[in-house]
Design a protein around this ligand. Structure first.
Ligand code: IPM
Ligand code: MG
Length: 372
C-alpha cells in the first residue's frame, strides 16, 4: 500500500507483461485507459514493458528472463495480460513452457494471495449460462492460495519403476505433491477474513478434509484464525460440494478461501456466472509488488483479430488502482464507466446477446474512455 497522501502529484511505474495471444491487444487498451485516467488526475503512469511466457521463450529461451523479474520488482505494480498458446505446448519435461513464467513470477514476487471478485453486471444477466433468477445477489470474492499446493510441491517423472503391486511391470511413473505448511494456510486465511470484514462477513473455507491430510491441516488452521474474527461466519465446505453449490445457489457465497488448485478450478467455474471468463479480473498480492491479471487465458484462436474482450483486463486495472495505489476515486470511475458501456448495449463477441451492439477490442477501450 502506498503511504503517499492522495492529492500529492505522483508518478507510478507499471511493469507491463503483455505475454502471448490476445495479451498485447488487451494490454494496449489498459495503457490507453490508464493514460486517460492520468490526464484526469494528479497521477502520471509510466510503463515499462517486459517479456513473459511464450514471447520470452522465443526471444531468450526462458519463460521468465531475469530482466523481467528485475523490471517487475522495480515497479509499483505489475500488469500481466495472458501467456501460452499451442506453439509452445509440450509434454516434454525438459522443454520450456510459458506457464513456468507465470508460476515463476508469482513465486518470485511472493504473491500468495490471489483475489478473484465475481460480480454480476446487471446488463450481462443474459450472457450467463444460469437463469437470471439464480444470479440475483451474486457478489463473491474467491481468495485463492497461489504459491503452494500441487503447483509447487515435489514432482517427478521416473522411468522403469515397478508398479505398486510389485508385479514388476515397468513403465513411466509421475507424481505431484500437495504440500502445505501452517504459515501458508494462516496468512491466506487472514486475507480472507480481513476481506470478509469489509463485505458480508461470511467465509466459506473449501477443502477436501474427508480425504486429504493437507485439507485437515487447512481446516484446523482456518478455524484457529477464525477465532480472531468473531464477527465473521465460517462455513467449511467440501470442494465437490462447492462446485455444485456454485451452480445451485451462487448467492450464498461472500468470500470463498481455498488452496491453489481448487481455487484455479472453482474460479473458472464461477466466472461463467458473470457470463464470460472475459469478465473476471484478479489481483495477486504478497508483501511486495503486486500483480494484476485477467483470469482468462491468451485465447490464441482469436489473437490478432481485434475481437478480444478487454474488460477483464480493465477490471484488473481497477483492482490495481485500488489495492496498489489507493486511488479509489479513479477505480470507482473506471468501474462505473465499464458498467455504463455495458448498459449502453455494447458488447464484445464473447458476451454479445440479442440486441447488443457488437464491438471490437479497440472500440471497447474507446467507449470506456468516453465514459470516464
Ligand atoms: C490461472 C491460470 C494459470 C493457473 C495457468 C495458466 C498456469 O489457469 O491463472 O488461473 O493455473 O494458475
Ligand atoms: Mg485458471
Amino acid at each position: 500500500m502506498s503511504a503517499l497522501a492522495p492529492l500529492e502529484p505522483r508518478t507510478l511505474r507499471i511493469c507491463l507483461l503483455p505475454g502471448d495471444g490476445i495479451g498485447p491487444e488487451i494490454t494496449a487498451e489498459a495503457v490507453k485507459v490508464l493514460a486517460a485516467l492520468g490526464e484526469r488526475s494528479h497521477v502520471t503512469f509510466t510503463f515499462d514493458e517486459a517479456l513473459l511466457g511464450g514471447a520470452a521463450i522465443d526471444a531468450t529461451g526462458s519463460a521468465l528472463p531475469v530482466e523481467t523479474l528485475d523490471a517487475a520488482e522495480k515497479a509499483d505494480a505489475v500488469l500481466l495480460a495472458a501467456i501460452g498458446g499451442p506453439k509452445w505446448d509440450t509434454t516434454e519435461p525438459d522443454k520450456p513452457r510459458p506457464e513456468q513464467g507465470l508460476l515463476g513470477i508469482r513465486k518470485a514476487l511472493g504473491l500468495y494471495a490471489n483475489l478473484r471478485p465475481v460480480r454480476i453486471f446487471a446488463p450481462l444477466l443474459d450472457a450467463s449460462s444460469l437463469k437470471p433468477e439464480y444470479l440475483t445477489g451474486v457478489d463473491m470474492l474467491i481468495v485463492r492460495e497461489l504459491t503452494g499446493g500441487l503447483y509447487f510441491g515435489a514432482r517427478a517423472r521416473e522411468r522403469d519403476v515397478p508398479d505398486a503391486a510389485g508385479e514388476g511391470r515397468p513403465g513411466m511413473r509421475a507424481y505431484d505433491t500437495m504440500d502445505y505448511r501452517e504459515y501458508e494456510i494462516e496468512r491466506i486465511a487472514r486475507v480472507a477474513f480481513d476481506a470478509a470484514l469489509t463485505r458480508r462477513k461470511r467465509v466459506h473455507s473449501v477443502d477436501k478434509a474427508n480425504v486429504l491430510e493437507t485439507s485437515r491441516l487447512w481446516r484446523e488452521v482456518v478455524h484457529r484464525v477464525a477465532a480472531d474474527y468473531p464477527d465473521v461466519e465460517l462455513i467449511d465446505q467440501l470442494v465437490d460440494n462447492s462446485a455444485m453449490q456454485l451452480i445451485r445457489e451462487p448467492a450464498q457465497f461472500d468470500v470463498m478461501v481455498t488452496e491453489n488448485m481448487f481455487g484455479d478450478i472453482l474460479s473458472d467455474e464461477a466466472s461463467m456466472l458473470t457470463g464470460s471468463l472475459g469478465m473476471l479480473a484478479s489481483a495477486s498480492l504478497g508483501d511486495g509488488t503486486a500483480l494484476y491479471e485477467p483470469s482468462h487465458g491468451s485465447a490464441p484462436d482469436i489473437a490478432g483479430r481485434g475481437i478480444a474482450n478487454p474488460l477483464a483486463m480493465l477490471l484488473s486495472v481497477e483492482l490495481m488502482l485500488r489495492h496498489s495505489f489507493g486511488l479509489d476515486g479513479a477505480a470507482d470511475k473506471l468501474g462505473a464507466a465499464i458498467e455504463r458501456v455495458l448498459l449502453d448495449g455494447y458488447r464484445t463477441r464473447d458476451i454479445a446477446g440479442d440486441g447488443s451492439i457488437v464491438v471490437g477490442t479497440v472500440e471497447m477501450g474507446d467507449l470506456v474512455i468516453e465514459r470516464l
